[in-house]
Design a protein around this ligand. Structure first.
Ligand SMILES: C[S@@+](CC[C@H](N)C(=O)[O-])C[C@H]1O[C@@H](n2cnc3c(N)ncnc32)[C@H](O)[C@@H]1O
Length: 255
């Protein structure tokens, strides 16, 4: 059983809206509107325990997942949401040893998720042409200890991709069709290209370009996720749901 250490990330949880991720080493006392939580006191205890604040409020102390961490990232850009990320990771088959290309880095949500799956033997090569966005992403990944599995490049991916024989590529930028020829060159045969686009006309243009460059099994999907409020005898869908994030297009490189 893993116990909480000084440098462990802990998820301090009250409810969906009131949650914090901290490390006892950096945040010995967590100040919240529910009172102060003594995080140092938690060192040596097991995850899943609860603790009281100075105002007597009880908070749960849980081990954060990569989803919890990514949703707490500092953001300077739009990010890929967990429902879409999960499918990208699965469809691209990203596992320890995978070598993945990404453009653009943005806030690093997808970068972190891919690095988490690709470590310890794989690597992510993440390009962005905006220095300030990439700096935020680097900080986000540094904090999680994931930067060692990522090479960040401050580069316009349209100028070329330096890596070869990559397992998969993820494009999250406005004109992904422009990058299809470069991505084709960097992928290993059968390698997967995934791209997210907010609008159908972007997806359409991308699909046409992929098909004309011998990508096969090309498909575009939209993932609709609806939360269910499950309560004995009165289970029903939540009133509010995220209407739209992106369309996700996949295709594999044929030789
Ligand atoms: C929507 S954000 C990516 C968000 C990221 N996927 C995430 O989950 O945090 C798009 C990024 O693409 C970058 N970008 C746009 N065109 C690019 C290009 N040709 N080469 C490299 N980066 C580019 C932008 O600077 C921006 O940071």
């Amino acid at each position: 059983m893993e116990r909480i250490k000084e440098d462990s990330f802990i998820l301090v949880y009250r409810d969906r809206r009131r949650r914090w991720i901290v490390r006892p080493a950096d945040t010995p006392r967590l100040h919240t509107h529910l009172g102060i939580l003594d995080c140092k006191e938690l060192v040596g205890k097991e995850f899943g325990t609860s603790a009281k604040t100075t105002l007597g409020d009880e908070l749960l102390i849980l081990r954060p997942t990569i989803e919890d961490m990514v949703m707490k990232f500092s953001r300077r850009t739009q990010v890929v949401y967990p429902k879409d990320l999960a499918m990208i990771l699965l469809k691209c088959g990203i596992h320890s040893g995978s070598r993945v290309f990404e453009a653009g880095t943005g806030s690093g949500s997808a970068t972190a998720s891919m690095a988490y799956m690709a470590m310890p033997n794989g690597h992510v090569y993440s390009y962005d042409k905006n220095e300030s966005f990439q700096a935020v992403a680097k900080k986000n990944l540094d904090r999680l200890g994931l930067s060692q599995f990522v090479t960040f490049k401050l580069k316009d991916a349209k100028e070329g991709i330096d890596e070869r024989d990559l397992t998969a590529a993820l494009l999250d930028l406005g004109d992904p069709w422009e990058l299809v020829p470069n991505v084709r060159d960097c992928l290993e045969p059968s390698g997967m290209l995934a791209a997210v686009t907010p609008t159908t006309n972007q997806a359409e243009r991308l699909v046409e370009e992929m098909k004309s460059r011998s990508f096969v099994m090309v498909e575009t999907i939209e993932i609709l996720m609806r939360n269910i409020e499950a309560r004995a005898g009165m289970t029903r869908p939540a009133n509010i749901m995220v209407g739209h994030t992106v369309y996700v297009t996949f295709g594999r490189k044929a030789v």
